[in-house]
Design a binder for this molecule. Structure first.
Ligand SMILES: Nc1nc2c(c(=O)[nH]1)N[C@H]1C(S)=C(S)[C@@H](COP(=O)(O)OP(=O)(O)OC[C@H]3O[C@@H](n4cnc5c(=O)[nH]c(N)nc54)[C@H](O)[C@@H]3O)O[C@H]1N2
Ligand SMILES: Nc1nc2c(c(=O)[nH]1)N[C@H]1C(S)=C(S)[C@@H](COP(=O)(O)OP(=O)(O)OC[C@H]3O[C@@H](n4cnc5c(=O)[nH]c(N)nc54)[C@H](O)[C@@H]3O)O[C@H]1N2
Ligand code: SF4
Ligand SMILES: [Mo]
Length: 709
């Protein structure tokens, strides 16, 4: 029996794995799991069935190489596959320069993998071209958090704090379906007499839990926030003392919200002025308010500005840093948080250091035992990277670890055409995902139950994934794959032991320096020790966290410098900007990048259903999970107008492509909006690749569409 955590979402529910003959059984049987802080012994359907890939025929167990001419696959040995890849990477670098090779990571990778992948790109390949799917996830909230607070940690408080607030406002989150065990916190909050507000163009199972439900036009959360702040200020409900003591920039924001009368907000968002007043009254009368955003608010070309507008509401009410109050982002992927802290993002180095900061480069170069000058600069963001593949100035190869981009990237047909122009596409995965099926080489890797490593959940809590079983024959850990390639590329793996944190007994002068060593680590705990050193002194400081501490303490919250207890709650005394204050940022509403027209009169939005996870690469292959296939959700009024019948196919068209799928007619969606889940191929043939200017987040949540029966 091994205690570990679910492989999927950012809740990282504690679960117990036991062997039952050849099978693996999921339970929450252990004492530890019954009391695990985020799920208290509850799991959602995806968690219960997570072991379904173990022993399944869908599992890849041998490296595969595809013949470009015939399209045929043949099995290869690991040496053959890695030799082939390394030789091609070296050739491309020699001919076109280091940026000819690119790496694409994922927020499902452990911290150790994310760290090692970033180091591999910068040290072994020397490329600036690395980014990851987290750009499509909560990057707008990250960018807003950095601007307002000077730091980006999903929730600045433990999840269970939700129960103790007075009003919890969920902007674009369907957590009852996307993090089901978390919904209990909303229920308990309401049992205590607190209120839940949900803002979503669809009345979801989360919306059904709300005391107040607002149903805006997709892409109008920003003016809603401006309208709320307008009303709060007019009512004298802003916290002037807090604003004066703990923030800067309010006066500009106050001036710009003055123009947003409720009636004007109603015209833009479709939310009645009376409802907006109801929300403002609720907030004005509450002592403790929590504003939480998720993808509905964030996945927009104005996602950062939208989050900032809601953050301004929380700040004006004086909430961030106050007990059981504040602003938080509900991150998404299992390691969506840690994945963005340790260097797989184009502009970052480990510890949430910025790659263009000379001090950060010097520190990390010190740990890596290399000259800071050799660390490349900032690379392209995820979508811009994919868009550049195979173009004259763009990368000629792509290594993918932990993402199924041809299903999950916006404007996916275009992305598939870019992949086709590569000289080399390598995908490491445990199944033949739609992206793997397009690769030249596919490498079979371990899944969660077969490996150890740390993950950082939505609360900033660093937890430990424990290996429960040995991997199937032929399958390797991503860390082995990275080390195998780095060694073949003759990359130095010189960790300078003198900067490591674990040698308190040795005098600093005498600590051994192994600069120039060529062995790349594959042991997760060794890599974590190096990560601790690399993160030391950074914003996401992990230097005081050890595997033992995580085991003993139910996880440890960063920042956690050596000797610290960790930080479950941020901002109680100070924010992370040099002056210690939070910043109001004045933002203006521009609306979605693509407006409706006579040809495309509807709003298309996309998202999730309970039983499927992400691109579906894993969950569509698990027999115990219902797979109803892709569908188009639309309102009866719209269905009547276009002559659609429930269950019969409709065609959705946008400027980028079309999708034919069964109609699902529901009264819970706005009549001017259609919804398509993205777990199957199709939704992203439709979506718009317009990007947020600061986070580079694509506008998954709104574009202009037409529907015909
Ligand atoms: N079942 C399941 N759970 C998951 C995942 C999964 O794939 N499946 N993925 C995980 C990951 S990586 C993530 S990021 C999270 C995402 O978790 P959520 O953000 O909760 O999920 P979404 O369904 O993408 O979007 C949430 C809601 O936003 C609404 N929405 C659409 N457009 C707008 C808008 O313009 N404004 C507002 N206010 N709302 C809008 C949608 O109707 C939807 O109900 O879930 C995690 N958990
Ligand atoms: N239209 C639309 N598109 C969206 C969204 C939306 O709301 N609407 N949401 C976006 C969001 S928030 C996200 S997070 C992305 C997610 O979309 P993807 O990045 O495609 O995420 P997954 O489907 O989880 O893909 C992970 C892949 O890696 C494999 N894998 C899992 N673990 C590991 C590992 O440890 N190592 C390796 N090598 N492989 C592994 C899985 O089998 C799978 O094939 O989609 C985005 N796309
Ligand atoms: S809520 Fe998330 S972490 Fe928990 S069991 Fe479901 S998918 Fe797994
Ligand atoms: Mo996500």
């Amino acid at each position: 029996m091994t205690d570990t955590h679910c492989p999927y979402c950012s809740l990282q529910c504690g679960m117990t794995l036991s062997r039952k003959g050849p099978r693996l059984e999921v339970s929450v049987r252990s004492q530890k799991n019954r009391h695990s802080p985020v799920n208290e012994g509850a799991l959602c359907r995806k968690g219960w069935t997570a072991a379904g890939l173990r022993g399944s025929r869908e599992r890849l167990t041998t490296p595969m190489v595809r013949d470009r001419a015939t399209g045929e696959w043949s099995a290869a040995t690991w040496d053959e596959a890695l030799d082939l890849i390394a030789a091609k990477l070296a050739e491309l670098r020699d001919v076109h320069g280091a940026d000819a090779n690119a790496v694409f990571g994922g927020g499902g990778l452990t911290n150790e993998k994310a760290y090692q992948l970033g180091k591999f790109a910068r040290v072994a390949l020397g490329t600036s071209q690395i980014d990851y799917n987290g750009r499509w996830c909560m990057s707008s909230a990250a960018s807003a958090g950095n601007q307002a607070f000077g730091v980006d940690r999903g929730l600045p408080f433990p999840l269970a704090d939700i129960e103790q607030t007075d009003v919890c406002v969920l902007v674009g989150s369907n957590l009852a379906e996307t993090m089901p065990p978390a919904a209990r916190h909303l229920d308990r909050l309401r049992e205590r007499g607190g209120r839940v507000v949900v803002i979503d163009p669809r009345l979801t199972p989360t919306g059904e839990r709300a005391d107040l439900f607002l149903q805006p036009v997709p892409g109008t959360d920003l003016p809603l926030a401006l309208g709320v702040l307008h009303l709060l200020d007019a009512a004298g409900a802003v916290d002037e003392d807090y604003i004066a003591e703990r923030t800067t920039g309010f006066q500009d924001v106050r001036r710009s919200v003055a123009a947003w009368w409720p009636e004007m907000v109603e015209r833009v968002s479709g939310v009645e002025a009376a409802q907006l007043r109801e929300l403002a009254d609720l907030l004005a009368g509450a002592e403790k308010v929590m504003v939480l955003t998720a993808r509905g608010a964030e996945q927009h070309a104005q996602g950062t500005a939208t989050v900032l507008a809601w953050l301004n509401v929380a700040l004006a009410l004086g909430m961030p840093g106050r007990p059981f109050s504040g602003y938080g982002c509900l991150t998404g992927q299992g390691n969506g948080q840690g994945g963005r802290e340790h260097g797989q993002k184009a502009d970052q180095l480990p510890g949430y250091r910025m790659i263009d900061d000379p001090a950060a480069r010097a520190h990390v170069a010190g740990v890596w035992g290399i000259d800071p000058e050799t660390i490349p600069g900032k690379g392209r963001s995820a979508y811009e990277l994919l868009d550049a593949l195979g173009t004259p100035d763009g990368p000629k190869s792509l290594l993918v670890f932990g993402s199924n981009i041809v299903v999950s990237a916006p404007n996916a047909s275009h992305v598939a055409s870019r992949l086709a122009d590569l000289d080399l596409l390598v995908v490491a995965d445990m199944v033949m995902s739609e992206t793997a099926a397009l690769a030249d080489v596919v490498l079979p890797v371990t899944q969660w139950a077969e490996e150890t490593g740390t993950m950082t959940n939505l609360e900033g809590r660093v937890i430990l994934r424990n290996q429960a079983i040995t991997p199937p024959d032929g399958v390797r850990n991503d860390l082995d794959v990275i080390a195998g390639l780095a060694t073949r590329l003759e990359a130095p793996a010189g960790v300078r032991r003198d900067v490591l944190v674990d040698y308190p007994s040795v005098d600093r002068q005498e600590r051994p320096v192994v600069s120039g060593a060529t062995r790349w680590q594959t042991d997760p705990e060794e890599i974590f020790t190096e990560l601790r050193a690399a993160s030391k002194g950074g914003k996401a400081d992990y230097s005081g966290i050890t595997y033992d501490r995580i085991r003993e303490e139910d996880g440890v919250f960063w920042p956690c410098p050596e000797g610290s207890d960790g930080t479950p709650r941020l901002f109680t005394d100070t924010f992370f900007h040099a002056d210690g204050r939070a910043r109001f940022v004045d933002v203006a509403h521009r609306g979605p990048a693509e407006q409706t027209t006579a040809d495309f009169p509807l709003h298309l939005t996309t998202g999730r259903v309970l039983a499927q996870y992400q691109s579906g690469a894993q969950t569509r292959r698990i027999k115990e999970l219902p797979d109803d296939g892709i569908f188009v959700e639309l309102h009866p009024l719209l269905a009547d107008r276009v002559g659609a019948h429930d269950g019969d196919p409709v065609v959705v068209r946008t400027a980028r492509g079309e999708l034919k799928a069964p109609a699902r007619i529901v009264t819970t969606i706005r009549p001017d909006t259609v919804f398509v889940p993205f777990h199957w191929v199709g939704a992203n043939r439709l979506t718009n690749d317009a990007l947020d200017p600061s986070s580079r987040m694509p506008e998954f949540k709104v574009c202009a569409a037409a529907v015909t029966a």
